[in-house]
Design a protein around this ligand. Structure first.
Ligand code: PLP
Length: 434
């Protein structure tokens, strides 16, 4: 079988054809997987309506935004720049929510006002944000959303837990009464209550969060018609990992929202904001083996690829593990993490070309590289890093060592491929220098 894995219709032969046309390194996204994921989340069971927003920070390119929007997803923007970017991609402001750490002061203040007049939903994340924008919202009778910090959370690693006391996203439950007093004094309505507990996707935590959120909507937010559970649907990048069970979580939420209706007479619409779940397994970093080294007794085999942390920084940031694929120059699949898990013999540390000892795709949480089983490639063969559709291109520290930002390619439903972002040029790298 030449197919990489069960997520995609991409096969080894096609990858070498695309690589011959585009030149490594590049990002490759599978349109079919993205569409499947969109359909999957849109099928989530719900009681009184479901709205799915794509968390665009996972992968914010214009083609991706249009693709997911075309499937019926709205947009979750994490900064005003992101909201602006979605708008420039042709997405109407009334399909965008802004959930940001920024305080809309100065120029941003004017820009935010214009966006809100255009239909953007502003998700208030701090008391200061509320005081900055409250009078304007009141004056124009613009309803707001509020992000509540619940005091609990979950994440794949501590640095991605967004809900506990180590993180500072949203208005802490302790400050909610003060926010409400202020909003009431101006006559502002919070029509949506939002929480994002992090990207770990621990289903028990998700369920507890649903209970918690409904309880404080009941206690504090009489005007809310929508409850947003945020993102954090986990994805299984590696064999053996488990993805969020969207059907099961939906059934749980549905039951709780129906119960809420029985008890209060209020029909809440439900909202979710997946980023990872839509994009992670749709993407690959496609690289070529440039060099091979060995570090002697007690050391490891190293493969030096033409792309590494400059394209996928998740291992160095979080100790994340991504699947590998090895494709020969002539288009044979020599190794797939999904097909050849028990493959024996060869083990290597996959390294990039940056002058940084942590530029490896397999690192412990302490930052030490370790070898992984795979097939031994020849120089010039391709190594693909899977699970790379979310938070790889968008978070990459790509100009370190003056390497150029890599291009992005979309493998389409009809099996053609399309360049959706060109490689950065040296001129672009230098253009703002004076
Ligand atoms: C990052 C983020 C998301 C998406 O999280 P994923 O783990 O990628 O699904 C959703 N909502 C908000 C507010 C976020 O900041």
């Amino acid at each position: 079988m030449q197919q990489l894995n069960h997520f995609t219709r991409l096969d080894a032969q096609r990858i070498t054809e695309i690589a011959a046309a585009v030149q490594s390194p590049f990002y490759l996204y599978d349109e079919g997987t993205i569409i499947d994921r969109c359909k999957d989340v849109l099928s989530m069971p719900n009681a009184f309506g479901l709205c799915v927003r794509y968390a665009m920070k996972a992968n914010p390119g214009k083609s991706i935004l249009r693709l997911v929007a075309g499937q019926g997803l709205l947009i979750d923007a994490s900064s005003m720049m992101e909201a602006r970017r979605a708008q420039l991609a042709g997405i109407h402001l009334n399909k965008i929510i802004l959930t940001a750490q920024e305080v809309p002061a100065g120029e941003d203040h004017e820009a935010l006002k214009q966006m809100m007049l255009g239909g953007l939903l502003y998700n208030v994340c701090s008391l200061r944000q509320l005081r900055e924008i409250g009078p304007f919202a009141a004056e124009h009778s613009i309803d707001l959303s509020i992000r509540v910090h619940p005091g609990v959370g979950t994440g794949e690693s501590a640095s991605r837990n967004t809900g506990d006391h180590y993180s500072c996203f949203g208005i802490h439950l302790r400050d909610v009464p003060e926010a409400l007093d202020y909003a009431n004094s101006l006559g502002i309505r919070f029509v949506q209550v939002h929480e994002h507990i992090g990207s770990g996707g621990d289903p028990q935590m998700w369920r507890e969060n649903i209970d918690l959120e409904l309880s404080f909507i009941r206690e504090y937010f009489p005007d809310a018609h929508t409850v947003s559970f945020g993102g954090g649907l986990s994805e299984a990048r590696m064999p053996g990992e488990t993805a969020a069970d969207v059907q099961m979580l939906g059934l749980y939420a549905k039951e709780k929202i129906e119960l809420f209706y029985k008890e209060t007479g209020r029909k809440l619409r439900m909202e979710i904001e997946p980023g990872t779940y839509i994009m992670a397994n749709a993407g690959y970093v496609v690289t070529r083996v440039m060099d091979k080294k060995n570090t002697g007794e007690g050391g490891f085999n190293f493969l030096i690829l033409d792309g590494g942390m400059d394209m996928n920084a998740r291992p160095i940031m979080y100790g994340s593990v991504h699947p590998y694929y090895v494709v020969s120059r002539d288009g044979r699949l020599l190794f797939s993490e999904y097909r050849d898990m028990e493959a024996g013999g060869y083990e290597a540390v996959v390294a990039g070309r940056c002058c940084e000892s942590g530029d490896c795709q397999s690192l412990t949480m302490q930052g030490l590289s370790y070898p992984r089983k795979m097939a031994e490639p020849e120089i010039g063969d391709y190594v693909l890093i899977g699970g790379a559709g979310a938070y790889c291109s968008s978070m990459a520290p790509f100009n370190y060592n003056s390497f150029l930002q890599a291009p992005e390619v979309l493998f389409k439903m009809d099996e053609s491929f399309e360049l959706i972002r060109k490689r950065q040029t040296m001129e672009q790298l230098l253009q703002n220098e004076l």
